[in-house]
Design a protein. Structure first.
Length: 504
């Protein structure tokens, strides 16, 4: 008995070793292709310190620093933090992605349990049957009872790793969905932040435009009165009327856009549109002073979309390996034990014992080319997954590059917009003072006030763009991984010098 157990263990060990060895023998390489890391992301070198506006500190990029997990807290607004937390808790889209991932994990457990463990079933089948008798017998039919109860088990030895590779491929697909869930989560947080910024910006733009409309109407009325008195030409009167009408025509679309953004924000939070939160003051959202910028080689291991594409490559490789391994022999052992009889006395007696032991060795010979076609199918899927991985990495590099350029130009635009708004404000104050002293006509004072409000609208848009692009840069860095320095700390060694091209 002991010798028999030792032989069984030896056979199992050899089968497991053969299976593990076969897993690496079948299929294409499982590691994604090597991607060249750019010296710097954009086509031109980017500065590490963004231009500062007159009312704010300069924003600095920290090369090689650890990404910030809850990056929205860098805006220094507790109401914004509460909105993001609410959205992450109540969003139906995020809940759906979480349920999909849970279903995928349970499917993986089911497949592993079906392929790696023996199947054991218990059956009991009592029946009453009527059968034909032998023709030479006087009784032409028989009625009899059959009682049978069995425990059946079977196990397939995966010598060439087909089942293991299929399980591993499904595990990679589950991992891919896990990364995709993280992408959905980060995108949801980013959309809430951007919607909050847009709602705050549009609220100020609507207020400024409403004042522009009021100023335009007042200026048109004043010009019409001057035309009636003969102190203004017809062209001046018509131009003032046209400017007032054009400014008023732009207001409805702006109001509709502001409400649409608020409705979208409410849906992101899991609310109905009529429960949209009130817009936050734009001044309550502060530009983060420090933003981490990962080096390209680290970015490959931080962004969920790249990690998902990498898992897709590994899953496709394992699927191709499983298709190749399925063309080799498989061995299935089966056994059963139970009791049976034509009456209860036989069923319960030693004579009612029934059992069977069997083995089945199968070698595919001809399946109409199905096995070869399936192998080629998964090899083509693998090639597609490799190309998709390359494209995902390149798109990630492009996204970072575009965001860095936008952030620099946003800083430049904000600086000049603030400068223009300050000059327009001073001109408005000077014109107002001179008007009250009688040295300036009313229409000229109204014109100066209109110019100030127009400059203020551009300044508000520039501030919102900088806030939104900062959020995009935070998101494009992905999640931190173990061993990275904390945010604000430079990376050491070669990592710190890999992006020296960011400096001018």
């Amino acid at each position: 008995m002991r010798s028999r157990t030792s032989r069984i263990r030896l056979i199992g060990t050899c089968g497991l070793s053969l299976c593990v060895a076969a897993c690496g023998a079948f299929g294409p390489p499982r590691n994604p292709p090597q991607m060249a890391s750019p010296a710097h992301y954009a086509a031109k070198d980017q500065p590490l310190t963004m231009p500062a506006a007159a009312s704010g500190a300069a924003q600095r990029l920290t090369v090689g620093a650890r990404p910030v997990p809850e990056w929205w807290k860098e805006y220094g607004s507790e109401p914004l933090d509460a909105l993001v937390d609410e959205g992450l808790k109540n969003s139906p889209s995020l809940a759906a992605a979480q349920s999909t991932l849970k279903a995928a994990r349970e499917g993986l457990r089911a497949q592993i349990g079906q392929s790696l463990w023996p199947n054991v079933d218990v059956g009991f089948s009592p029946s009453r049957q009527r059968a034909l008798a032998i023709p030479t017998l006087p009784q032409q039919t028989f009625l009899y009872d059959v009682f049978a109860a069995e425990v059946k088990t079977s196990y397939s030895f995966d010598f060439f790793g087909a089942a293991v590779l299929a399980d591993r491929a499904l595990a990679r697909q589950v991992q891919q969905q896990d990364y995709q869930l993280e992408s959905v989560r980060r995108a949801l947080a980013a959309n809430i932040v951007v919607a909050t910024i847009d709602a705050a910006s549009l609220q100020e733009q609507v207020a400024a435009t409403e004042e522009l409309v009021a100023l335009g109407e007042r200026r048109a009325q004043q010009t019409a009165a001057r035309y009636a008195l003969g102190s203004a030409s017809l062209d001046d009167n018509l131009a003032a009327q046209q400017d007032a009408a054009l400014t008023a025509a732009a207001l409805p679309a702006l109001r509709a856009q502001a409400l649409a953004v608020r409705h979208a924000q409410a849906v992101l939070l899991g609310r109905t549109p009529d429960q949209a939160p009130e817009p936050l003051p734009l001044n309550s959202l502060h530009v983060p002073g420090t933003v981490p910028v990962s080096i390209a080689s680290d970015l490959l291991h931080q962004r969920p979309d790249i990690l998902a594409a990498e898992a897709g490559v590994r899953a496709a490789a394992d699927e191709a390996g499983a298709a190749a391994a399925a063309m080799y022999p498989s061995l299935t052992l089966s056994a059963s034990y139970g009791r049976g009889g034509f009456d209860w006395s036989t069923f319960t007696s030693p004579a009612g014992a029934i059992w069977s032991v069997g083995a089945s060795l199968t070698q595919p010979l001809f399946h109409g080319g199905a096995l070869v076609a399936r192998k080629h199918q998964y090899e083509a899927n693998y090639s597609a997954a490799v190309s998709q991985y390359r494209q995902t990495v390149l798109a990630a590099f492009q996204k970072v590059a575009d965001t860095l350029v936008s952030l620099e130009e946003d800083a430049n635009a904000l600086s000049q917009s603030e400068r223009a708004a300050n000059v327009a404000r001073d001109l408005d104050r000077d014109a107002e003072a001179r008007y009250h002293l009688g040295a300036f006509p009313l229409y000229a004072s109204l014109t100066a006030r209109q110019q100030y409000q127009s400059a203020n609208v551009q300044y508000v848009r520039a501030r919102a763009a900088r806030l939104a692009d900062t959020a995009a840069l935070f998101v494009s860095m992905g999640n931190p991984r173990a061993g990275q320095p904390a945010a604000g700390e430079p990376a050491g060694g070669a990592s710190a010098t890999a992006l020296t091209g960011l400096q001018r």
